[in-house]
Design a protein around this ligand. Sequence first.
Ligand SMILES: Nc1nc2c(ncn2[C@@H]2O[C@H](COP(=O)(O)OP(=O)(O)OP(=O)(O)O)[C@@H](O)[C@H]2O)c(=O)[nH]1
Ligand SMILES: [Mg+2]
Length: 647
Amino acid sequence: MRSDPMKSAAPPAAARRLAVVGTAGHIDHGKTALVRRLTGVDTDRLPEEKKRGISIDLGFAPLVTPAGVRLGLVDVPGHERFVKNMLAGVGGIDLVLLVIAADEGVMPQTREHFSIVKLLGVARGVIVLTKRDLVDDDWLALVSRDVRALVAGTFLEHAPIVPFSAVTGAGTAELLAALDEQLAQRTEHRVEDAMRLPIDRVFTVEGFGTVVTGTLWRGRARTGDVLELLPESREVRVRRVQVHGETMDEAFAGQRTALALHGVERDQVTRGDWLVAPGSLRPSRVLDVRFELLPDLPREWKADTRVRFHLGASEIIGRLSLLGPAARGALAPGGSALAQLRLERPAVAARADRFVIRSYSPSRTVGGGSVIEPVAERRRRSDVDGLDALELHESGSLEARLMEKLAGVAKPTSTEQLAQGVGEAVPAVTAALESLVRHGSAVSPTPGRWLGDTAWHEARDAIERAVREYAEQHPSRYGVMKGELKSGLKPTLDGGLFDLAFASLLADRELEQTGERVRPGGLPWEPPAATLALLEKLERLLEEGGFQVPENDAWQKALGTGAAEAAGLGFFLGRLVRVNAELTYTSGQIERLRTLVAGWFAGGHDALSVGDFRGLTGASRKYGVPLLEHCDRVGWTVRVGDERRNA
Ligand SMILES: Nc1nc2c(ncn2[C@@H]2O[C@H](COP(=O)(O)OP(=O)(O)OP(=O)(O)O)[C@@H](O)[C@H]2O)c(=O)[nH]1
Ligand SMILES: [Mg+2]
């Protein structure tokens, strides 16, 4: 069920004018006051927030910048106990407002929040020195210098620093201008990718049931869309889409989005769950990652440690085990290592997702990193096998990563499966695979399926070899039966791949097929003279007694070794005919039989009995019955009671 396409779809141009901006900074530094000054929205809505005068959970407010960019502002709490909530809000933001009170300067959560946005790979930001009204110019200059030192060598190195006062409004215009200037340089949202939204709030709305909100990370969400709720893997349908309280037909990546869902109860969803395009992501408790330890930690990091893993709006407890050389020692501050996360609950991750790691207790941010393999196999820490592949998967080109996925897979894999395996969108993966095919590294034996070049050639070689060997071992047979060939190769060759490789060998004339028999292409077939001689001898034996032929075991004994071979050749050449399990005739005898039967009916007879048949052919009942049944089978006669009629 899709909404009217004429009504929906703000063009992608409109989607380009969307962004999500998050605050960050120490408690009481004026984040909420700043958001209120810019938007008029008080994001401290909870009674406890009002009572204590601090933010506890996330707050949201819309803002249209002077340049017309529609922003969703996410206001985060600064208190060290609520960093967890802060983390749930900053995933997916385009820009950070690093808020530092001019009177207090850089404080512990200034550093921690700054570390978090760095670890999450937030690409741009504006530094706001709030409470400008409380300090003089000299002090402001001093604090500015401190801040420059803090951000030196980071993504905020050249970020504008805007002095601001929520009380007087000083700096508002400069702040908005700085926002627009920074947003103009940001990378575009992946509107066409598979939809993905981390859920940061869940509530119910009278008449609409369960509503979830989050920053739409990728893709679009439309009324009527069927989505998958993960990690539960529950199918849900979008009943209504809202952006900042306004009902829309469609929301795009880069928007704060509220979705009313059909198919799920309020208590079946929690912060940290995900909504994704069905089948696009798989939950897993085991992930392979690149882990980076913060440089300002006071001590080394142990190789196997209980941690809190933060991705999107989720916090999951688990163990982080360093892999490879680091597994035997510890990681020094500022270092990085391949690592495996083994979590208590499944995470929903994609390759290259950035995450944050906090120590279990006391909770503090210690590092983070990026996901390499979102659905990994458990491995022992000391196990170094496959670490090369993991490194390749981390930083290799898309082509190299695809080749790595194709290697060792003995049947064609779909584009979708490969895209999931390498964690990239289908169009990019298709293009890379096509380029691999052009360079001869991969093949597409059927549209939309792919195979490494090696596996493909191995499959073709295996078939060709089997056909050749059969032809050599059985020179008197035209070739191997196709079914026998396929089942013989089955243990090592996937049936679907056999069909594709077989068809391509026929098309290339590497093989020739006659009826069900297959032999090497371009190799003229000549049955061995000895077998032919034996066949002629058999034909003479069969014809000696008119229609009263010797039974199969009789002539087999008479001919000795090679009898079966000779008979097989006779059947293949059409010189012998099997009438029943005991009786074999030559094609000449069967031809004479046909002439006699046709003559009988042509002579004015209506019916042919077994007695008549004996008179006609001189064959006793023992031969007459099977021969007449043969006539029925091939359609020369029709049986009516005990008699035959002309067909
Ligand atoms: N004089 C002055 N006071 C300010 C300014 N901005 C905020 N304040 C005051 O500082 C206190 C804290 O402001 P908030 O905006 O709640 O601080 P916050 O950063 O949101 O705090 P948390 O969310 O708890 O981390 C409040 O009493 C504000 O009135 C400012 O620019 N000038
Ligand atoms: Mg606040």
